[in-house]
Design a protein around this ligand. Sequence first.
Ligand SMILES: [Zn+2]
Length: 313
Amino acid sequence: MAQQHETVAVPGHAGIDIGGTKISALIVDDAGEIRSRGSVPAPAREGGTAMADAAAALAAALAARAGVRLRSAGVGAAGVIDHASGSIRAASATFVGWTGFPLGAELSARLGVPVGVENDVNAFLLGEAAAAGIRDDVLGVMLGTGVGGAVIIDGELRRGPHGAAGEIGHTPGYSDLVCTCGQIGHLETLASGTSIGLRYTERSGRDVGGSREVAALARDGDADARAAFHAAGRALGRACASAATLLDLPRAIVGGGVAHAWELLRPGIDEALHTDAPVSGIPLHILPARLGGDAVALGAIETARSLVLTAAS
Ligand SMILES: [Zn+2]
């Protein structure tokens, strides 16, 4: 009796965001309407098979709950992605057994639909660009635990021959501090959530956590906390200006957890745009992301839908 009201399933797509601590997914129908969303802890230390199992089970459960029959699924995953095969080319040590894992094929076998795999920062930018109606050129920067980047040129993601284009977080010249990658002075040493916490500790002698805690102190007027955000914003602004100068980019979209403290980053960004503006004289607009936690999954769906369209044509 309880099932009597069940309606016929509508066609739709799953977007899956695979991170080091959490797997999030959402289901959209063919009109692009979000029908359901949810997340589960990521079994990142248990290997690729466990991750694929968890991601597929989440997507299937959400689709069933939403009454959606999946036509495709898209995944945004951390690491360097081999876009053609959907496998992971390289990944951080957080992900055990992830490098070389054929994620696309494994998920496709579990879900029974075509699966597109994209680097998570690329997926973030695809999602944000679609939401903003941008069809030409844009830089994307994600300020999270680390700093990731992505570039869309002429409406197309620029992945690079090795899938590693856009790694703005590991460009040098911003400090004399050691980066998570072992090199010196990268943007990430000032602008990641982790780094903002560390830089605050160096200034104040107090360890309060990451960027979220430092942001709360900054809003309460703590000068060291404000200085840590100012340095992050200034480095971010300079990095965006460098990329814009090189590629004639009119805008950058900045997301990730740190971007929630936009009003704290903004003064440093503005200072950098004043002192280091692109010499072209064309204004560079640096904007906060608007999709929040949905950006990666929605961008992954863009990849998945194009896969279905390609197969149909
Ligand atoms: Zn680095």
